[in-house]
Design a binder for this molecule. Structure first.
Ligand code: SF4
Length: 223
């Protein structure tokens, strides 16, 4: 896995990323991360847009030890490379517009896809985000798959991405009334990307290449 990356220009030091579920961490987990940063790194931590926490400045020879320390405390590491990246979610459970508990759904996606597919290498990174309403606060429209709550269920946004070539996710025609059906569709989207994606091609580019109608039929399980 590519959880350890070079830190800056110095090849002698590495960073270890802690995978979080939508950036939610307990006080105890934060203490463990702080201890790891002081013991193995420079004492500094950094967060990223996915809400994962990076511990930089770890001597290359001690990165495995740092990972083991974190994993033993129940903190998975990874969050980089050609994998499903840590799920993000808005704050719907505390928002008057929220149509679902985004924390609960993010937890399911975290367990099932982020951790469940942790060792699976994909054509490129794959981001999933949960929104409690169509307002896009956690930017599900700029993720490979965005799950947004709408009246009557869930709609998926397919193929968004940020970066130099911005793509807005395409909303599925279908509203998934049932959560399990929606999650099965997300799984089919990842499977399609794994099977048919070209190296370094993002999911949005695959949709452009194969056609949105075909992709939506595939992820709906209709073909
Ligand atoms: S996306 Fe909707 S539910 Fe989530 S924080 Fe924004 S306004 Fe609230």
């Amino acid at each position: 896995m590519a959880e350890q990356v070079k830190s800056g220009a110095a090849a002698e030091t590495m960073s270890v990323h802690v995978i979080t579920c939508a950036g939610r961490l307990s006080a105890g987990q934060l203490k463990t991360i702080a201890e790891a940063a002081e013991r193995f790194g420079t004492g500094e931590v950094r967060t990223d847009a996915q809400g994962s926490v990076k511990i930089p400045g770890i001597a290359a020879g001690r990165a495995a030890e740092c990972r083991a320390f974190l994993e033993e405390a129940g903190l998975p590491t990874g969050a980089a490379g050609r994998h499903i990246r840590p799920v993000t979610a808005c704050n719907a459970s505390a928002c008057r517009h929220g149509l679902l508990d985004a924390d609960d759904l993010a937890r399911e996606i975290h367990e099932r896809f982020v951790l469940g597919w942790r060792d699976v290498i994909l054509p490129a990174k794959f981001k999933i985000s949960v929104g409690g309403c169509p307002n896009n606060c956690a930017m599900p429209n700029l993720c490979d798959v965005g799950v947004i709550a709408v009246r009557g269920g869930y709609r998926l946004l397919l193929g968004g991405r940020g970066g130099r070539r911005l793509l807005e996710g395409r909303p599925t025609q279908r509203v998934f009334a049932d959560k399990e059906e929606m999650l099965a569709a997300v799984e089919r989207a990842i499977q399609l990307y794994r099977e048919e994606g070209l190296e370094r091609e993002r999911f949005g580019e695959l949709i452009e290449r194969l056609g949105p109608a075909y992709v939506e039929e595939r992820i709906a399980g209709e073909i």
